[in-house]
Design a binder for this molecule. Structure first.
Ligand SMILES: [Fe+2]
Length: 253
């Protein structure tokens, strides 16, 4: 048996849908409580839905009893201050797992490539049910920042860079694609991240919003790109030398 997957993700592993009019909403992310949670880069997270409704961000499988990334429980103190963000996570009508706002401090392109990771959303997910994908709704206006996606983390030829102006809505199979955000700054970036179960509800929501599964990359100087690859190789070598073992970069953003 396999998982229920949506055909929209087959080609590239992501879809970009119509932008949301972010300007109509209050900046609720400034009012909610963030907890220290180390992910890719300098980050904090504000949980809106967690495994059992506590103010924490751990993977659902680390709890007792463990569960897959579905049936998240709303965190009362944060959803009281962020009703619009909760409503947006609920808009597709799909089962919600982890739902949180990420705060990302500025970084550079080499940092983003270094931070590339795959998520572990489908751990404990029973076959025959919906594959978990994640929605990224950009809250702050970061037109010069990019969601960096790679099919192969070591191959820049497989890279897609999706710009992140306010209201950008990207849904990603984050267990398939290596991903991280390149955010030059200068202010922190905020984004609503929601785990959704693939199924008819999410499929209908995506199809109603003109999904695009290939975004053309804005040109990047090949020398700049090569220098970043070299920098990442240097960091990897230094880390491996320090640990005495092969180390991979994994996280649970
Ligand atoms: Fe992630």
């Amino acid at each position: 048996m396999d998982y229920v997957k949506l055909p929209e993700f087959e080609e590239s592993g992501y879809v970009v849908v119509d932008s949301y009019d972010q300007a109509q909403d209050p900046a609720e992310w400034l009012d909610i409580e963030f907890v220290d949670w180390k992910s890719s880069g300098e980050t904090r997270f504000a949980p809106l839905a967690s495994a059992y409704g506590d103010m924490e961000c751990n993977g659902f499988w680390h709890h007792e009893p463990p569960k897959t990334d579905k049936d998240g429980v709303w965190v009362p103190a944060n959803i009281a201050r962020a009703p619009r963000l909760k409503a947006r996570a609920e808009e597709p009508g799909a089962n919600i797992g982890r739902c949180r706002v990420i705060e990302l401090q500025p970084n550079d392109y080499a940092d983003a490539v270094w931070n590339l990771h795959q998520d572990d959303n489908n751990r404990l997910n029973p076959e025959g049910t919906g594959w978990i994908v994640r929605g990224f709704f950009n809250l702050t206006d970061n037109p010069d920042s990019y969601m960096v996606l790679r099919e192969d983390k070591n191959d820049p030829e497989t890279e897609t860079r999706i710009p992140l102006p306010a209201g950008a809505q990207v849904i990603i199979d984050t267990q398939r694609l290596w991903h991280a955000v390149w955010h030059p700054g200068p202010e922190p970036r905020y984004c609503l991240i929601t785990s959704w179960e693939s199924g008819p509800e999410l499929g209908a929501w995506i199809r109603a919003r003109h999904p695009i599964s290939r975004v053309d990359n804005a040109p990047l100087d090949p020398a700049f790109l090569a220098e970043a690859q070299d920098e990442v190789a240097r960091r990897r070598a230094a880390k491996e030398a320090a640990s005495g073992a092969m180390v991979d970069v994994m996280s649970e953003a």
